[in-house]
Structures are given as C-alpha cells and as structure tokens.
Design a binder for this molecule. Structure first.
Ligand code: GLN
Length: 305
C-alpha cells in the first residue's frame, strides 16, 4: 500500500499545473499550488501517508457534512429538512439562482453554501461562542486531534470578502429559513470553514464515517449510525458540487471537497482517505486529488456501486 501511494502522488503531480488555487477568498491565494498529498487510515487503524501530507489547509466545504451531523443531532431530521432540501442542485456551490425560483424557497441541499449556512444556523448553544465551541469540539473529537484550530487569517479574509454568502444569508432570513442575527450566523459559518487540518485529520474523520459513527479505536458511538448515513448519502449525491455524478462514476465513494484543496472520502467499512492539493479544477475540486482518487479506486476496487 505504501508503495502504491508513493507512486500515486509522483505519477499525478503533473496535474497540479492544470489547476488554479482559489482566489475569491484572498488569503487562499497563499496556498502552495504544487502541493499534493494523501493519507489513508483503514478501519484496522493502519495509516499510510505520501506526498505533501503534512501541508495544512482549511476545511472549507469539507466541514459541511460534519456540521450537518451536529445540526441533525441537535434538532432532528424533520426540523432540519423543513429548512433545507435533499436534492442535488446541478449548480455551482455558491450559486444563488435557484433560491428564489424553487417553491418552497429553501436551499436544495446542505452541501451548497446556502444550505450549509442554513444548517449552521440550527446548531444549538447559549451564545455564538458556545455554538462554535460545540462545532470545534466535534471536529476535534472525530478527527482524534485535540489541537484543531481556525486559521485566523483565512477566517478574517472570508469574513471581509464573503458578500455572496452574505447576500444569500440575508435572502434566507427574508424567506424565513434563517432566524437570528445574520452576521453572527455567517461568522459561525466562516469559522467552521476556516478550521485548519491536514490530510490525516480528514482521513480520520473519513474512517469515522466509514465506521458508522463509531470511533475505530475506542468503539465509542459519537454520532448515531442513521445520521452518518445521511451525511454519506449527501456526500455521494452532492459532495463534489456539480461534479458529483462524474465522481460517482469514476471513483464511486462518499466524498466531500473544499476550495482549500481538501477531499475527504469515507469508504464504507474499509477506510477514510484524506487528500490535499490546492490547485483546483473549474468546478472547485482539487485537480490532482481527483486524478489520484480515480486511480486509487480502480487499484483497490473502492467503488461502492
Ligand atoms: N468558505 C467557502 C465559501 O463559502 C467554502 C466553499 C467551498 O469550499 N466550496 O465560499
């Protein structure tokens, strides 16, 4: 396995030159466009690392299935899905065009920005500080990394420039999906997106999902199985934005990407995979990461279909 991963990174490094790092959040421009790394953590606890696996990146949209699980634990599925739908949008992750035209007016799913902001607004806590602490605590727990923190400059950079998300959030309050202080809700969302991780952190969250919400080492059930099933289903149908169908055919595992360059995969009952490569394709997915996962899926017969 180790040799396979080393070769995987070396053979696919060339792809990073065909992608671009995200720049719409100014601070993301500083990411290393040539970085490419991968970590696999299997259900037995073996860990394999290759390439630039030590590079740190912010979770961005990789955070969305995790806050969804917290909101589902806090509020129950009925309450959550009254405010956000279950269908792929077919549009870009930051698109707002269907928000007004669908009836009832609610975001199509929790993996697009509008849906994720709505989900984050549902997390319980007596104050916004407490709500963020609860989010961070869950990320720390399921990654097994008690040191996870936000990257302050990425957070401030998105807070300063996130007008597209801001406009969607105000729209969502107007139609009654969001309640409360819009700026505080956005602040919480920007913080969740700015949590800084490495490949191993997201591979560990991946294996936790693959293991139905049970910590593979302590056997503690942290998230109910049914809730992890919901999160993984959204990862299959919407996890790679408007490239989810192609990814399902070429790789075929529940996965979630983010514009920081991360891709987290949960291969049911087998392994978690964490990939990083900040050079993105036009849809916002790590270009080198996608190529590596395609090859890996064939080599290890990972497709769940
Ligand atoms: N924080 C980013 C945003 O809201 C997350 C988007 C992403 O990773 N696709 O635009």
């Amino acid at each position: 396995m180790q040799l396979l991963l080393n070769e995987l990174v070396e053979k696919n490094r060339q792809w990073v030159h065909f992608g671009k790092v995200a720049t719409y959040i100014p601070e993301l421009k500083n990411a290393n466009p040539n970085a490419l790394g991968i970590v696999i953590v299997d259900i037995e606890g073996n860990v394999y690392r290759a390439g630039d696996y030590r590079e740190k990146f912010t979770m961005q949209s990789v955070s969305k299935p995790i806050t969804l699980m917290l909101a589902l634990m806090d509020r129950g599925a009925e309450f959550v899905f009254e405010r956000v739908g279950m269908e792929p949008s077919g549009d870009a992750f930051n698109s707002m065009r269907k928000l007004e035209t669908i009836n009832p007016s609610k975001p199509l799913n929790p993996m697009i920005n509008a849906g994720a902001i709505a989900v984050t607004s549902l997390i319980l806590g007596n104050s916004y500080e407490e709500k963020f602490q609860r989010i961070l605590d869950l990320f720390r727990k399921i990654s097994g990394n008690p040191n996870l923190q936000i990257n302050e400059s990425v957070y401030l950079s998105e807070k300063r420039t996130g007008d597209r998300n801001r406009s969607m959030a105000y729209f969502l309050r107007d139609v009654g999906i969001l309640e409360g202080d819009v700026e505080s809700i956005l602040d919480l969302y920007f913080k969740q997106c700015s949590i800084e991780v490495d490949c191993e952190d997201i591979a560990r969250i991946g294996v936790f999902l693959a293991n139905q919400g049970i910590m593979p080492d302590t056997k503690e059930q942290v998230v109910p199985k049914e809730i992890t099933q919901i999160a993984k289903t959204f990862m299959v149908t919407c996890g790679m934005y408007d490239e989810s169908g192609e990814f399902a055919i070429n790789v075929g595992v529940p996965a979630k990407s983010g514009v920081g360059g991360g891709i987290m995969c949960a291969v049911p009952n087998r392994m978690g995979i964490g990939v990083m490569g900040p050079a993105l394709d036009p849809k916002g997915n790590s270009i080198g990461g996608l190529k590596m996962l395609q090859v890996l899926s064939k080599e290890l017969s990972l497709s769940i279909f």
